[in-house]
Design a protein around this ligand. Structure first.
Ligand SMILES: Nc1ncnc2c1ncn2[C@@H]1O[C@H](COP(=O)(O)OP(=O)(O)OP(=O)(O)O)[C@@H](O)[C@H]1O
Length: 329
């Protein structure tokens, strides 16, 4: 497991990317969810020792090992590099080398012996469905094949901790499904930390997730627990009606205590539909619907935006959002 405490990271231009992160990540498939710019890559790069934190601590206990065998990642970045696999968000340009030659080269960099290379590389090519392309140059691979190659290199040395930054980015549905299969098959005795903004991927694959917004952890729990907190409180209703909302449970007091969040607007058969969070039926046309992790994600985001100090421009934007069915107070 990875234990992170009080981790902060500010870039030289003053951007505070991580604002005192406290997080315990268990073994298995774990999601790190957050919108663009939330700080996911900053956190991942810090965990894998590619950049320094300003302060804080990251401690790693390897799955299946003695609880006392702890690696202090920030003090000993070399040790973590030997025990984890990393799939970065961008690989940059690949050299003009065949898939198998590049894997061998990376295996050497990871310190694998010739025997280990001979054992592991064919298995990894098979696992990632690249055996038929072993002699093809990686820079001629499709996006999905490059992503699978990235996973093969991350798994060299059979690491117990694997960190993947946006692994499904740019993949077509078939490739995404294949990648999901692969991740599930390798996750049994490892901690696989999956960073993404695709909430559905986390709901489908991960048993545990953390939500990162604007450099802060806003929730961390089992996916089932987070979804359960939304249970019975999610409704769908047609967009047209929310513009003049009729609250069915408005109480008698002057100030309405009732709170409703628009979570998500989408379209079905060309007609707008949106999901709202509400303790009770928010409108006579509202229908109850099964809660999802996406509902929790949007609810948490709406709450964290509400708590964040706002500029004048944001405040005037908020008023128009509210008139269209945003957070009603
Ligand atoms: N090297 C850097 N120098 C300055 N600011 C940076 C640097 N890297 C990231 N940032 C900023 O830090 C914040 C967090 O960025 P980060 O890339 O960690 O977010 P992210 O959640 O991974 O986003 P995305 O999903 O878009 O990749 C952003 O405001 C980003 O602009």
């Amino acid at each position: 497991m990875i234990h992170i405490s009080n981790l902060t990271k500010t870039y030289p231009d003053g951007t505070q990317a991580l604002k005192g992160i406290n997080l315990d990540l268990p073994t298995g498939m774990v999601g790190l969810l957050g919108p663009n710019g939330a700080g996911k890559s900053s956190l991942m790069r810090t965990i894998v020792g590619l950049q320094q934190a300003d302060k804080g601590q990251i401690r790693l206990t390897l799955p299946g090992s003695d609880a006392n065998a702890v690696i202090d990642v920030l003090k000993d970045p070399h040790a973590i590099r030997q025990t984890l696999g990393y799939l970065p968000q961008y690989f940059g340009v690949y050299p003009n080398m065949s898939c198998v030659a590049l894997l061998k080269h990376m295996a050497v960099l990871k310190g694998l012996s010739k025997k280990q290379q001979a054992e592991q590389i064919p298995k990894l090519l098979e696992l990632t469905n690249l055996s038929a392309f072993a002699n093809k140059s990686v820079n001629r691979f499709s996006g999905g094949m490059k992503q699978r190659f990235g996973i093969a290199q991350a798994l060299l040395g059979d690491p117990k901790v694997v960190i993947m930054d946006e692994p499904t980015a740019g993949l077509d549905p078939e490739e995404r499904e294949r990648l999901h299969d692969m991740l599930i098959s390798i996750s049994k005795d490892k901690l696989i930390l999956l960073s993404t903004h695709i909430v559905e991927d986390v709901e489908n694959l991960c048993h545990y997730t953390a939500l990162l917004f604007n450099g802060e952890i806003k929730a961390a729990d089992s996916v089932a627990n987070l979804v359960n907190t939304m249970s019975g409180k999610i409704w769908t209703m047609p967009m047209s009606d929310i513009q003049t909302p009729t609250l069915v449970n408005q109480n008698d007091t002057e100030e309405c205590q009732f709170k409703m969040y628009q979570l998500n607007k989408s379209f079905r058969f060309g007609e707008p539909v949106f999901r709202v969070f509400s303790d009770s039926q928010p409108h006579k046309l509202a229908q109850p619907i099964q809660a999802t992790l996406q509902d929790f994600y949007f609810y948490t985001r709406a709450q964290s935006e509400e708590q964040a100090p706002k500029t004048q421009a944001e405040l005037s934007k908020d008023t128009s959002v509210r008139m269209n069915g945003g957070a009603l107070k």
